[in-house]
Ligand binder design. Structure first.
Ligand code: LLP
Length: 442
């Protein structure tokens, strides 16, 4: 990302003013090269510190055919957490053996789909799922490779809604209450399941190393206990995702090298003291891979100045393509994309177009004096924006473009009004009403 000599924001060699002309706004712009860099960085960082590692991209962060193509080109595996994500991954040509199938409430249909297509690993969340997967495996006469998701009882320091490792969580089988060991016993008793390893994902947008170290210790101790109790060696320790990224200039994310170094050290030490073979260390980053590569581009359509109180600038997007502000009080940096080198002179708040007061994008940000028609770029919107977008107020979802070396490719088309009603149906009785006759407004 850079600013051209005439003050335009440029991403992946494309001027965003041109992107706005060609594709309209709001627009999700993804810097392809940055996504590739992140894939390479995380793989290299782990490989530098440990002999057996595996990185799967958590596709809930940003899911479509193109991103799956990109991450497989970068030799990453893929984490899917629904039949829909699995379907998209398969359509994109993701090798089945590289797919980890997550989800805390997989339906029998989703389970059969995963078994039929031979996903690489089922990550089992609960005892009922264990039973369902075992039955589906028997039905299709297949052996299914699984990991069991454990709840380590570790509280990560992040927003409450995205903490998942504490005891009072809907995810995973508790280590402390014995459920996890029950899961192991049940898995080992099934002739159709091959228990490969254990998994834990303690939350998202995490900045400190301590909860990861603690989780790694607890999982390794658990591996030791399994060996002692059943004489069974687990081959894989999957630590999930959660690596925090920089939304604000003041954010201080965890260094991946520190993560790789410290976690692999804990694994080695633990293997040594418990006489275990070194397992494969697996991670599933989502936000880390795509978050910083994303920028959302808006047009300013209105300005409301309430003297002494607040100046609102209103843009053509909001909580439908960025629900993270209302959900997690997320904060962002933004820039005037068409006058990017001008000095900020006034403090404004960026409001969305939806019918809710809470529909804000950025509160109190310093920008140059804004005019209607200006283009606003909001940064770090690559993860959990497009994938969580809605049609609230029946706004069509924006297009997504990949930019690289001065070229822009559409990877998701902008929705049309026709798309919005494509699944609507009018029951026969309602279709017969003569709307003109009953209209109360004349
Ligand atoms: N693995 C599992 C099992 C997960 O549930 C998740 C995310 C990940 C990996 C990837 O986590 P990441 O590396 O992206 O932090 N919508 C929220 C984030 C929800 C995360 C859900 N699980 C947000 O916008 O902040």
């Amino acid at each position: 990302m850079q600013i051209t000599h005439d003050g335009k924001l440029e991403i992946g060699g494309c001027r965003v003013t041109d992107l706005a002309k060609d594709f309209g706004t709001p627009l999700y712009i993804m810097d392809e090269e940055l996504i590739r860099t992140k894939c390479r960085e995380i793989k290299a960082s782990l490989a530098k510190n440990y002999p057996k590692t595996f990185v799967a991209y958590a596709s809930k962060a940003f899911c479509n055919l193109a991103i799956y193509r990109l991450v497989i080109e970068e030799s990453l595996g893929v984490d899917v957490c629904s039949g829909g994500e699995l379907f998209t991954a398969l359509e994109a040509g993701v090798p089945r053996e590289g797919i980890l199938f997550h989800g805390n409430c997989k339906t029998p249909q989703e389970i059969e789909m995963g078994v039929r297509v031979n996903v690489g690993r089922f990550v089992i969340d609960n005892l009922n799922e264990l039973d369902l997967v075992s039955k589906a495996a028997r039905k299709f006469r297949k052996r299914v490779h699984i990991q069991i998701r454990l709840n380590p009882g570790v509280e990560a320091c992040t927003h409450d809604y995205i903490k998942t490792g504490m005891v009072d969580s809907k995810f995973g089988l508790g280590i402390a209450d014995g459920q996890a060991m029950k899961g192991v016993e049940q898995a080992l008793a099934s002739e159709y399941l091959i228990l490969e390893g254990i998994h834990s994902h303690i939350g998202s947008q995490i900045f400190n190393i301590e909860p990861y170290i603690l989780t790694t210790r607890l999982l390794m101790d658990f591996m030791g206990d399994v060996k002692e109790k059943y004489g069974y060696t687990l081959n894989e320790i999957n630590l999930g995702g959660g690596f925090g990224i920089k939304y604000k200039t003041t954010d201080t994310p965890l260094s991946l090298d520190e993560f790789s170094k410290k976690v692999s050290q804990v694994v080695r030490e633990s293997c040594h003291t418990q006489n275990l073979d070194l397992p494969c260390i697996m991670v599933e980053p989502g936000r880390y891979i795509v978050g910083e590569a994303g920028t959302t581009l808006y047009t300013v359509y209105s300005i409301k100045d309430i003297p002494e109180i607040r100046k609102y600038i209103v843009v053509d997007g909001g909580m439908s393509e960025n629900p993270r502000v209302s959900l997690y009080q997320a904060e962002y940096e933004a820039l005037l994309a068409n006058r990017a080198s001008e000095n900020p002179t006034e403090t404004v708040s960026v409001a969305g177009k939806h019918c809710e007061e809470g529909d804000m994008l950025v509160t109190d940000i310093k920008l140059p004096k804004i005019k209607v028609g200006d283009l606003l770029a909001v940064f770090t919107t690559g993860a959990y924006h497009y994938s969580m977008a809605s049609n609230y107020n029946r706004y069509p979802r924006p297009a997504v473009v990949f930019v690289k070396s001065g070229l822009a490719d559409i990877v998701v088309e902008r929705e049309s009004y026709a798309d919005l009603i494509a699944h609507d149906r009018i029951p026969a009785a309602l279709a017969m009403t003569d709307a003109k006759k009953v209209c109360p407004l004349r």
